[in-house]
Design a protein around this ligand. Structure first.
Ligand code: ADP
Length: 171
């Protein structure tokens, strides 16, 4: 049985991520989506919230599951018995960073290979940061995130805005 890992922050999961999830789930027998729980990255959504959103959007993909991890991604992959790690490539700008990570991971554990899936053109501009930016100005993010999580994402970002006292400081 081939196990694959798709690691990332998913803060929040976007239609671009979901596209990679669907495609990679067809390549391996079992796909684990690894949610990086690293507070240094200062995510907007907690690890639990990110897992919750991912679980909602993968409910129709029977061979996919979600888990959190911290530390080295290769260690997480090894603990799952995974031999493949998926990453999405949007543009050349992703490439330089991604190849460095992939080569480092290969040096750390040569038994795990990184497989890059090129993004579908319609999602190539999409990132979690863009979603948060647009939502923070109350823009329409329905074309960016799966419908199942739309109310959750807009609700959370709205909440964050309402605790802002107007001077750009959080209360
Ligand atoms: P990071 O690991 O940098 O925190 P993310 O959680 O944003 O990244 O993304 C995880 C993976 O998904 C990365 O490989 C990233 O390149 C890929 N990805 C992000 N957005 C898209 C998109 N719109 N289309 C395809 N792949 C994407």
């Amino acid at each position: 049985m081939t196990v694959g890992v798709y690691p990332g922050s998913f803060d929040p999961v976007t239609l671009g991520h979901l596209d990679i999830i669907k495609r990679s789930s067809k390549i391996v027998d079992r796909l684990i989506i690894g949610v990086l729980n690293n507070s240094a990255k200062k995510p907007v959504f907690t690890a639990e919230e990110r897992v919750h959103m991912l679980e909602l959007v993968i409910k129709d993909i029977p061979n996919a599951a979600v888990e959190t991890f911290d530390g080295l991604t290769v260690e997480f992959a090894k603990s799952l018995g995974a031999t493949v790690m998926f990453r999405g490539l949007r543009a050349v700008t992703d490439f330089e960073y991604e190849i460095q990570i992939a080569q480092t991971n290969h040096a750390l554990n040569p038994d795990i290979d990184t497989v890059f899936l090129t993004t579908s053109v319609k999602y190539s501009y999409l990132s979690s940061s863009i979603v948060k930016e647009v939502a923070s100005y109350e823009g329409d993010i329905s074309k960016f995130v799966p419908g199942e999580i739309l109310p959750f994402v807009t609700g959370k970002i709205k909440n964050l805005r309402s605790v802002d006292n107007g001077n750009g400081q959080k209360q």
